[in-house]
Write a protein that binds this ligand. Structure first.
Ligand code: ADP
Ligand code: MG
Length: 427
C-alpha cells in the first residue's frame, strides 16, 4: 500500500511539472516564440498518460479494498478467537488447558481437561498463554482497518473475572509492549488514515466512551468530571436509532478527535472515570461493560467517494456463575444484571449467526446499543479470555462452550464439530 501511495504521489508531482511546462510553453508562444516541434501536443499527450496512470492506481486501490473485504468475508463476519492468560504469581500451576499439535487444529485448537475427560474446542484462532499483545493485535488489525473502508466493526472481550479481558483490551499503559488492543487499534486507525490522505481521503473521527452497569449507562467522557460518573445513573441516558440505522445515546459526550494523542488522552480519562466510585478498581471495572466507540466519516476529493465506518471496542463485564459466587443483596443484583445482558448478547449472536428472522436486540441495553453494528454486513470478533488453572475450570468450560456456540453457528462452511451441550451456560 505504501508503494502505491508513493507511486500516486510521484504521478501527482509529475502532473504538476508537466502542467507547469505546458503553461511556460503557452506563455512563450504568446510572446512570439516559435518552437521547433509541436511540444504542446507532446505535453497534452503526457498529461493524458499521467491521468490514465492515476486512474489505474485508483482502480488498484478500489480492487485492494474489494479483495480485503472478500478475504474478511471468507474468514467470516462473526469470528471467534480465544486467549489463554499466563499464570499469575499466586496460582497453583496445575494446568487444565493444553493445545493440540495436529496440523488441522494447530493454532486453532484448545483442550480442556475436566474430571479426567478431555474437551476439544476449535476456534478461528487460539492464542496460548505466551502470546504477546502484538501477536493478538496482528490478527485483528485487518478487521480494525475495515472501519476505515466504511464497515461497522465490533470487537468484544468475553470471559470470567480475572481471565485477562481488560489486560487484552486496555493493557498496561506504562509499558508500550503491553499496550492493549484498544490503544493499538486507535493508533492504527490514525496512522492508516494519514497515509490515505495522499490519495485524497480526509477523515473525521468522533469518540465516545461509556459503561453499562446494572443496565444503566454511564458517560465516561462527561466534561463535568469524574465525580459525575459516580452519580451519572441519576441522569437517564436513552438509546434511540436514527433513520440511517445508527444508534445514539441522548446526552452522551461525543468528542471530535484529530490525533492519536487526543484519543489516548480520552481513553485515560475514561479509564479513570471507570475506576472512581468504588474502592477496588478491578472489582468495579469487572462488573460493567466498557464500550469505546469510534465513528469514522471519510471523503475522497479525487473519487468523490464517501464512507462511514464505526469501530466498537468492548471490554465486557466478567461472566460469573451464581452458584460459585454465592452472592447476595447488591452483589446478587449486579451478577444477575451481568448474566442477563451476557445471555442477551449470546442469544443475539446465535440468532444472527443462524440468520433467524427475529433477533432479540431489545433484551438488553448493550445489544440495543450495538444493534446497528451487529449482523448483516457488520464484522464481529469475539475474543474469549480464559485462565488455565484447574480451579477456574467450571468458568473456563462455560466460556469455551459459549464461544463454540457462536463459532459453530456461523453461516460460512466450516469443519463441523459436535458438542454435547450447545447451550450457552451463563446462568
Ligand atoms: P479481567 O478484566 O478479565 O477481569 P484482567 O485483565 O484484570 O482480567 O486480568 C487479571 C490479572 O491478570 C491482571 O493482573 C492482569 O494484569 C493479568 N493478566 C491478564 N492477562 C495477562 C497476560 N496476557 N499477560 C500478563 N498478565 C496478564
Ligand atoms: Mg476487567
Amino acid at each position: 500500500m505504501d508503494q502505491r501511495v508513493r507511486h500516486f504521489e510521484d504521478l501527482e508531482r509529475l502532473t504538476e511539472s508537466v502542467t507547469l511546462v505546458a503553461q511556460r510553453v503557452k506563455s512563450l508562444k504568446e510572446r512570439g516564440y516559435t518552437l521547433k516541434h509541436d511540444s504542446n501536443e507532446n505535453l497534452k499527450m503526457a498529461l493524458k498518460q499521467l491521468e490514465e496512470q492515476k486512474r489505474i492506481v485508483l482502480e488498484g486501490e478500489n480492487f485492494r479494498k474489494k479483495l480485503h473485504n472478500t478475504i474478511m468475508e471468507l474468514k467470516g463476519n462473526i469470528r471467534v478467537f480465544c486467549r489463554v492468560r499466563p499464570w499469575l504469581a499466586d496460582e497453583d500451576e496445575a494446568p487444565a488447558v493444553s493445545y493440540p499439535t495436529a496440523i488441522e487444529s494447530l493454532g486453532r485448537g484448545i483442550v480442556l481437561l475436566q474430571n479426567g475427560q478431555n474437551h476439544h474446542f476449535t476456534f478461528d484462532r487460539v492464542f496460548h498463554h505466551e502470546a504477546s499483545q502484538e501477536d493478538v493485535f496482528v490478527e485483528i488489525s485487518e478487521l480494525v482497518e475495515s472501519a476505515l473502508d466504511g464497515y461497522k466493526v465490533c470487537i468484544f472481550a468475553y470471559g470470567q473475572r480475572g481471565s485477562g479481558k481488560t489486560y487484552t483490551m486496555m493493557g498496561r499503559p506504562d509499558a508500550p509492549e503491553q499496550k492493549g488492543l484498544i490503544p493499538r487499534s486507535l493508533e492504527q486507525i490514525f496512522q492508516t488514515s494519514q497515509s490515505l490522505e495522499a490519495k485524497g481521503w480526509t477523515y473525521r473521527m468522533q469518540v465516545s466512551m461509556l459503561e453499562i452497569y446494572n443496565e444503566e449507562i454511564r458517560d465516561l467522557l462527561s466534561t463535568r468530571g469524574a465525580d459525575l460518573a459516580r452519580t451519572a445513573h441519576e441522569k437517564q441516558y436513552t438509546i434511540h436509532h436514527d433513520a440511517d440505522g445508527n444508534a445514539h445515546v441522548s446526552g452522551l459526550t461525543i468528542v471530535d478527535v484529530s490525533s492519536i494523542n487526543q484519543a489516548s488522552f480520552l481513553l485515560q480519562q475514561a479509564a479513570h472515570s471507570r475506576s472512581v466510585g468504588k474502592t477496588d478498581m478491578n472489582e468495579q471495572s469487572s462488573r460493567s461493560h466498557f464500550v469505546c466507540t469510534l465513528r469514522i466519516s471519510g471523503e475522497n476529493e479525487n473519487t468523490k467517494q464517501e464512507v462511514k465506518g464505526v469501530l466498537n471496542l468492548i471490554d465486557l463485564a466478567g461472566s460469573e456463575r451464581l452458584s460459585r459466587t454465592g452472592a447476595t443483596g447488591e452483589r446478587l443484583k449486579e451478577t444477575q444484571a451481568i448474566n442477563k445482558s451476557l445471555l442477551s448478547l449470546s442469544c443475539v449472536m446465535s440468532a444472527l449467526a443462524n440468520k433467524e428472522d427475529h433477533v432479540p436486540f431489545r433484551n438488553s441495553k448493550l445489544t440495543y446499543l450495538l444493534q446497528p453494528c451487529l449482523g448483516g454486513e457488520c464484522k464481529t470478533l469475539m475474543l474469549v479470555n480464559v485462565a488455565q488453572d484447574s480451579s477456574s475450570i467450571g468458568e473456563t468450560c462455560c466460556s469455551l462452550r459459549f464461544a463454540s456456540t457462536v463459532h459453530m453457528c456461523e453461516g460460512i462452511p466450516r469443519r463441523q464439530m459436535t458438542m454435547k451441550n450447545k447451550q450457552p451456560c451463563l446462568v
